[in-house]
Design a protein around this ligand. Structure first.
Ligand code: SF4
Length: 79
């Protein structure tokens, strides 16, 4: 697992606390490849805390959560 994910205790979430409810969640991160002049490869789910990077290891899942969760509806940290 990516070190950045381990550091924030990235894990399966719950109905109330999950990435898709978090203010750091990016649902459609645009993935491009610099080696091919920024060729567009599609979109993926990413987290602003773990890293907005194109690599697959940075991919997150909407139903997971971590210790840095902040509810985007209430802006309160929680689990
Ligand atoms: S900060 Fe944690 S809960 Fe929020 S989107 Fe990133 S991994 Fe998910």
């Amino acid at each position: 697992m990516l070190k950045a994910k381990k550091n924030v205790n990235y894990r399966r979430g719950s109905r109330r606390a999950k990435c898709s409810h978090c203010k750091h969640y990016v649902s459609e991160y645009r993935i491009t490849l610099d080696l091919l002049d920024g060729m567009y490869l599609g979109t993926g789910q990413r987290c602003a805390v773990i890293g907005l990077q194109p690599g697959r290891m940075y991919g997150i899942t909407a139903d997971h959560v971590c210790d840095r969760f902040v509810d985007r509806f209430t802006c309160k940290a929680g689990r």
